[in-house]
Design a protein around this ligand. Structure first.
Ligand SMILES: Cc1ncc(COP(=O)(O)O)c(C=O)c1O
Length: 418
């Protein structure tokens, strides 16, 4: 039976396919370390106690009816203060929109700014821009990035694509790589956006910037998060930020996201999110408003979470560097932020003990799932070509002990490939 052209053409998630394979093997009794999903095991990484208590308390006080369409005013005020204190960003409550996690904010930014056929420029690998382009009928302009730049886009790579584009979608720290923009690189890209907008007349649609900084509180060591509006304040009129509590408070199931930008855009996003009914649950908003105000609790939680995530990422990174030093065709990029490590496993074209040739990174991944009990996600799931031999490892759903145990298993599995 006929369904909509949009529904027919939507591509499924490669990560969900990998999850299917893992579940099948788990049913057969195999123990698989699942480094695929950009989530947390909430028994390893519970949400902040004060946030949890606040949510329970809000339900006990019957905070269960519709929240305002743009979010509870006290939460938008807490977010406003949080942005000012942590990043020096000045956004008033009416420039902030709350939704059920940050996905509806991304989708509503696309719907508010991008018409079918409009060009949206984004780097690959990156997270889900391809799907949002499919949903809005936008023309996706993929900009391939390079390992020597930590898979972050450069101004030189982006410049040829901005003429006539409606939106540039950037993310830092980046899912899937766990790498981030340096100051100068982001400044150069900002200057391109400013120059492009100067070249357009007042009745043309400007070039907007979607800046996803959902991992901005999860940075390690000396790595510092930069944003376009702090670096170039004149970009404030063109930039929509995506942010929220899902990752920094390991609260992916709590569903409180915040987006901010020019009030006229945020107002339109509010109408769209409202029609989808994609607002954040009221009790969670009440609790998040209170939690964000307590800087000491937030700092204590973030220090603890970052310490553990960084330990897992560094252990995995060192494990891959040790394999590389021993002559294996692998590599990894130093973790800078988020919950991801970028790893290279260059075994395409090799033959398994039962005679199967691994023809691409998806084959290599399935081989490691079966043989080493470890699952990653090939970068092809994030928009790169099939020939790319890099993968994302996500550590939020594993313990440090799980990660320590997987390196010898990977070593054994790779030795068997000829
Ligand atoms: C870069 C990025 N932005 C946004 C999201 C969506 O987050 P949420 O769970 O708040 O919808 C994710 C989730 O994986 C992400 O990686």
């Amino acid at each position: 039976m006929k369904i909509s052209v949009l529904a027919e053409n939507l591509s499924g998630s490669e990560i969900i396919k990998i999850a299917g394979e893992i579940n099948e093997l788990k049913k057969q009794g195999q123990n698989i370390a699942n480094l695929t999903i950009g989530d947390f095991d909430s028994n390893v990484y519970p949400i902040p106690t004060e946030l949890k208590d606040g949510i329970i308390d809000a339900y006990n006080h019957n905070q269960t009816n519709y929240p305002p369409a743009d979010g509870m005013l006290n939460l938008r005020e807490s977010v406003s203060a949080f942005l000012k204190n942590r990043m020096g960003l000045e956004y008033a409550a009416n420039q902030i929109l709350i939704s059920g996690g940050s996905r509806p904010l991304i989708y509503s930014t696309y719907l508010a700014l991008v018409d079918p056929g409009d060009k949206v420029v984004f780097p690959t690998p990156s997270w889900n821009n391809n799907h949002y382009c499919d949903l809005t009928g936008a023309e996706a302009i993929l900009v391939e990035t390079r390992p020597e730049n930590n898979f972050m886009p450069t101004a030189d790579e982006i410049a040829p694509h901005l003429k006539g584009a409606t939106m540039l979608a950037l993310c830092s720290p980046l899912n899937p790589t766990g790498t981030m923009f340096g100051k100068k690189d982001l400044e150069e890209i900002c200057d391109l956006v400013i120059a492009e907008n100067k070249s357009r007349s007042a009745d043309e649609k400007p070039l907007y910037l979607l800046y996803d900084q959902i991992y901005s509180q999860l940075t390690f060591g000396e790595y510092q998060h930069y944003d376009p509006v702090t670096l170039r304040p004149e970009l404030k009129d063109y930039t929509v930020f995506i942010d929220g509590g899902s990752k920094c408070f390991a609260a992916t199931g709590v569903r409180v996201g915040w987006g901010f930008g020019p009030a006229f855009i945020v107002n339109n996003m509010k109408a769209i999110v409202g029609h989808m009914g994609a607002w954040s649950p009221k009790a969670e908003q009440v609790a998040m408003a209170k939690y964000l105000e307590n800087e000491t609790d937030v700092n204590t939680y973030l220090d603890h979470l970052k310490g553990n995530i960084q330990a897992s990422l560094s252990t995995l990174h060192q494990g891959f560097q040790a394999l590389k030093a021993d002559g294996f065709s692998v590599d990894s990029i130093e973790p800078m932020g988020a919950i991801y490590l970028t790893i290279k496993i260059d075994y395409t074209g090799k033959t398994t003990p039962d005679g199967k040739i691994l023809s691409n990174s998806a084959d290599v991944n399935f081989y490691l799932i079966k043989e080493a009990g470890v699952a990653f996600v090939p970068f092809s799931a994030f928009g790169t070509g099939e020939e790319v031999t890099w993968f994302r490892a996500s550590v939020g759903a594993s313990t440090l002990a799980d990660i320590q145990q997987m390196i010898p298993r990977i070593r054994e599995a790779l030795i068997k490939l000829k």
